[in-house]
Design a binder for this molecule. Structure first.
Ligand code: DGJ
Length: 722
């Protein structure tokens, strides 16, 4: 009996245990992802984690985890791919065919592993692009076939990763309009947990396409093995976390297959979006820093370039403005010292003027009543006043009360035989249609051709996709969610071919579209319409896990009752800007803000491109602290926020990170409010303007004085003393 059992086990694991093929080792500076062809020639993931010290040890690895498990043959867990062949057979069997490695340079290379079905002419190529120094891997697949007729793809993950640990903890980010990026951590239990979006456009309004999985223990900032992953896709996504009967965690990441069966023609290549991930053996902080460095150097448009500081008029005026009012506002921007005045929603539409959100969307001509001399005049006036001009658009959408709606009903997503379902009084244009793509392209192109001085664009997208039916797609309705995003990318590709560097902010009714698929075309994103600085600490904290500081737009507004200093200190943590009535500032407030902008200009290199350390989480204490350290460790900026002083143990010093222990640093407070009575400002503590060793600041820490009152904050400039 015993012998039979052993024999059965050997057969079951034979592909794994006896496989002698040379392993395929995909390495970055600190991690290794290893595949092996098993005896049955199935591709197995043999390892993913910290690099092994001895390369020959990779030969010892074995595994039961198929690398890209298909549906229909022997796989009983959630499949990475499912295909129905044109003879109706709903199964795939994938076997290792070959591997090739393309080296772009010392840092970047791509490993391509080809899998083939042994019966049907189907091939799956798995791509692994690595950025060695940044410890980043991007994985996607290309699926194709040479059957006689189209096949149907019903599952199409970009990546499948397996882990064999004791426990798994998932950190994910959820929310809604005005409540973006709420962090939640939970232990995964056996079975499946899905984080996904079915919202089409504005896809991450409820769930963001990014997560951490921490191995064995809840994640921390500095310790523990953590996978950080995000999908580069501006549409429906799905992450599946499945703990199966052997306590293996399988992570599947890709486009959501919901209502999206895809008919693939012979010879056509179905390319899945990139799943971007990093493995850190030192907690979440290291994973975030890896992603920041990679994103700035390799993914975000002009990621290492400069950014403009903005004065936006949305919260200052909403729809209530005209030419003269705008020109007055330019003065405020100039006085303040920002680079660009950004004209928001409400400047267009004539038959149906856009005086609220119920009309005009789609008619991209200046409203004559509000702007009798057009955009050209505004651009000129801004220039004359020494400030650049930027403009808001929302080109993928339409109000039923618009000329566009009247002229092109077939360009709009609408269900036959059903009433239109409006959200913010608007509908979504059908970007699967090349004519609509051209129209959207022209919204920008016409404007830039007429007014080449326009220095900035804010691209909004204020609703998710219901009415999901495209006249253009005809019988292929299930292609809509995928082809919409492809249509969006086509427009952005065309625009970027013509306007490679024009700064464009990605906005989606707040932060409903924040992913590395779109950020290839955008320089920054609007994080949330919630600009109350208390909430903003959490929102920005959430984004900081996956996005670098120069991409997260933080504006100082009149929302929230906190001091201007608190608002400024919160906004400075990322890409600082304004959306406020500058003319209502007191002289002290104006002076404070002018100084803050000057300090920001001086420190932005460190804030944007330094290494970020999250020191105290607002989710764990009633305060928050975060810092940036320059590459040379000569300069750092520390941000501290007290949320509720009563609940906080204010005597706890903030322990810094990332400094050079051997260096000496001066710690100087900035953003200090002047008090009319000549007394020392409340936040000005005994311990500033002093010199400390890096060792002391990291081991003992730094006492933040203003911790005595609620919603108080401090920003410190830390400079090496030579
Ligand atoms: C939503 C954006 O998030 C806001 O900043 C603003 O641009 C409005 N749309 C305008 O309609």
């Amino acid at each position: 009996m015993k012998t039979i059992l052993v024999f059965a086990l050997l057969i079951a694991f034979s592909g794994a245990i006896f496989a002698q093929e040379k392993p395929i080792v995909i390495e970055t500076k600190n991690t290794a992802l290893v595949y092996k062809a098993g005896m049955q020639n199935k591709l197995m993931q043999a390892y993913f984690g910290e690099k092994l010290a001895n390369a020959e040890d990779y030969n010892l690895l074995f595994s039961r985890n198929e690398a890209y498990a298909p549906a229909g043959t022997d796989n009983l867990n959630e499949p990475a791919i499912r295909m129905v062949h044109n003879d109706g057979n709903p199964s795939l069997a994938l076997f290792f065919d070959k591997v090739e490695v393309n080296r772009e340079n010392d840092n970047v290379s791509t490993t391509i592993i080809c899998l083939k079905d042994d019966v049907y002419p189907v091939s799956v190529k798995m791509y692994f692009k690595t950025w060695y120094n940044e410890d980043i891997i991007e994985t996607w697949t290309e699926i194709s076939h040479n059957e006689k007729k189209p096949v149907l793809l019903t599952n199409f993950a970009s990546a499948m990763l397996s882990f064999n640990e004791r426990d798994y903890w998932l950190t994910h980010f959820h929310g809604d309009w005005d409540k973006e990026m709420i962090l939640q951590e939970t232990q995964l239990t056996s079975g499946i947990k899905i984080i996904d979006s079915k919202l089409g456009t504005r896809a991450n309004k409820f769930q963001a396409p990014m997560f951490f999985v921490s191995m064995n223990n809840p994640s921390t900032e500095t310790e523990g093995k953590v996978l950080a992953g995000t999908l580069a896709w501006t549409g429906n996504f799905q992450f599946v976390f499945e703990i199966n009967e052997t306590n293996t965690l399988r992570v599947l990441a890709g486009m959501n297959q919901y209502a999206s069966e895809y008919q693939l023609k012979p010879g056509e290549v179905f390319k899945t979006p990139g799943f971007i991930y990093t493995f850190s053996a030192n907690g979440r902080g290291q994973a975030s820093r890896n992603l920041h460095k990679w994103a700035q150097k390799y993914r975000v448009l002009d990621g290492m370039g400069n950014r403009n500081t903005l004065l936006n008029n949305w919260e200052a005026t909403y729809f209530d403005f005209d030419e003269n009012r705008l020109v007055e506002l330019f003065d405020g921007g100039k006085k303040l010292g920002v680079d660009v005045f950004l004209l928001d929603d409400g400047w267009f539409g004539n038959k149906y003027p856009r005086s609220n959100d119920r009309a005009g969307l789609g008619d991209w001509q200046e409203t004559k009543e509000k702007l009798p001399h057009g955009i050209g005049y505004l651009v000129e006036q801004a220039e004359a006043k020494g400030i650049k001009f930027g403009i808001w658009i929302e080109p993928e959408m339409v109000n039923p009360k618009s000329e566009l709606y009247e002229k092109h009903p077939d360009w709009i997503l609408k269900l036959p035989n059903r009433p239109e379902h409006l959200s913010r009084n608007q509908l979504v244009l059908d970007l699967t249609n090349p004519e609509v793509q051209k129209f959207v392209f022209n919204v920008v192109d016409d404007m830039m051709t007429k007014h080449p001085q326009i220095a900035f664009i804010k691209w909004d997208c204020n609703r998710e996709m219901t009415n999901a039916y495209s006249t253009y797609l005809g019988e292929k309705q299930s292609h809509l969610y995928i082809d919409y995003v492809k249509g969006f990318y086509k427009v952005m590709e065309d625009l970027r071919a013509k306007y490679p560097k024009l700064p464009i902010m990605l906005c989606s009714g707040g932060g409903g579209r924040t992913d590395y698929g779109a950020m290839k075309y955008f320089t920054e994103f609007w994080a949330s319409d919630n600009t109350d600085p208390l909430n903003r600490i959490y929102i920005q904290w959430g984004y900081s896990n996956f996005f670098p500081a120069n991409t997260i737009c933080n504006h100082i507004t009149s929302m929230g009752k906190q001091s201007l200093k608190f608002k400024t200190d919160v906004a400075m943590m990322g890409k600082m800007g304004y959306d406020i009535r500058v003319e209502e500032f007191t002289p002290e407030e104006l002076e404070f803000s002018q100084q803050a902008l000057k300090d920001y200009a001086r420190l932005k290199e460190v804030i944007w491109f330094g290494d970020m350390y999250r020191l105290i989480s607002p989710y764990e204490e009633s305060r928050a602290a975060l810092m940036y350290v320059s590459e040379t460790k000569e300069k750092a900026v520390l941000f501290c926020y007290t949320i509720n002083a009563y609940r906080e143990n204010i005597t706890n010093a903030v322990k810094l990170q990332g400094l050079d222990a051997a260096k000496k640093y001066e710690v100087k407070e900035i953003n200090i409010e002047k008090r009319g009575d000549g007394r020392r400002p409340p936040q000005f503590g005994r311990n500033t303007n002093r010199v400390y060793s890096g060792d002391y600041l990291m081991k003992v820490g730094f006492n933040v004085r203003s911790g005595r009152s609620d919603l108080s904050s401090n920003v410190y400039e830390i400079t090496e003393v030579k």
